[in-house]
Design a protein around this ligand. Structure first.
Ligand code: IMP
Length: 176
């Protein structure tokens, strides 16, 4: 499949994603059953993941969003983060679960976690649909929930884009 100037091939199909999302939802529901967690979705890439995940969470919870960007339309992280939309909720004393589409270098996750810690939440954990372990520059202690570990492919689909295209695809594809 061609998206803009690049070719992509299937990596993870919609059925496999759905099953894994269900398991993570059940796990979060169990782990946070005695608290009222605040889920923070990191836009744009996590919009489908969070929409599906939240349907499998059967405990009282709240959802809010922040918008960060680090890729600027290419296939490599720029290691610079653009802070587009900040969260509007008071997180002091709250149990926070950040929902990311993918952790690549880990730069975005560290940036957001450090920023949120200044606001004194009770706890912060990170849930990411995808993780590229070989790209990760520094360990993220808060990373507790991972959908799939993948090799160092550039991927699109299920919310993830290449040049803003491909977010609507049901499956995840990797660059050929
Ligand atoms: P990091 O800061 O390098 O961990 O990158 C995190 C962000 O870069 C993610 O939230 C994505 O928006 C984007 N990103 C990283 N890898 C990919 C990819 O393979 N496809 C599309 N976007 C990616």
């Amino acid at each position: 499949m061609k998206i803009a100037d690049l070719d992509f091939e299937p990596l993870i199909n919609a059925d496999t994603i759905e099953k894994r999302v269900k398991v993570i939802g059940a796990q979060l529901s169990e782990d946070y059953k005695d608290t009222k967690p605040l889920f923070i979705g990191v836009l744009n890439g996590s919009f489908l993941f969070i929409a599906d995940l939240i349907k499998h969470i059967d405990i009282p919870c709240e959802i809010t969003f922040t918008k960060l960007a680090s890729y600027y339309g290419g296939t490599k992280s720029t290691l610079k983060i653009r802070d587009d939309i900040d969260i509007s909720v008071d997180i002091k004393g709250r149990d926070i679960v950040i929902i990311e589409d993918i952790v690549d270098t880990g730069n975005t996750a560290h940036y957001l976690i450090d920023k949120l810690k200044l606001k004194e939440p009770a706890s912060i954990k990170l849930c990411s649909l995808l993780l590229k372990p070989a790209s990760l520059l520094t360990k993220i202690d808060e990373l507790k929930y991972i959908g799939f570990e993948i090799e160092n492919h550039f991927v699109v689909g299920y919310g993830l884009d290449y040049k803003e295209m491909g977010r609507n695809l049901k499956d995840i594809y990797k660059k050929v």
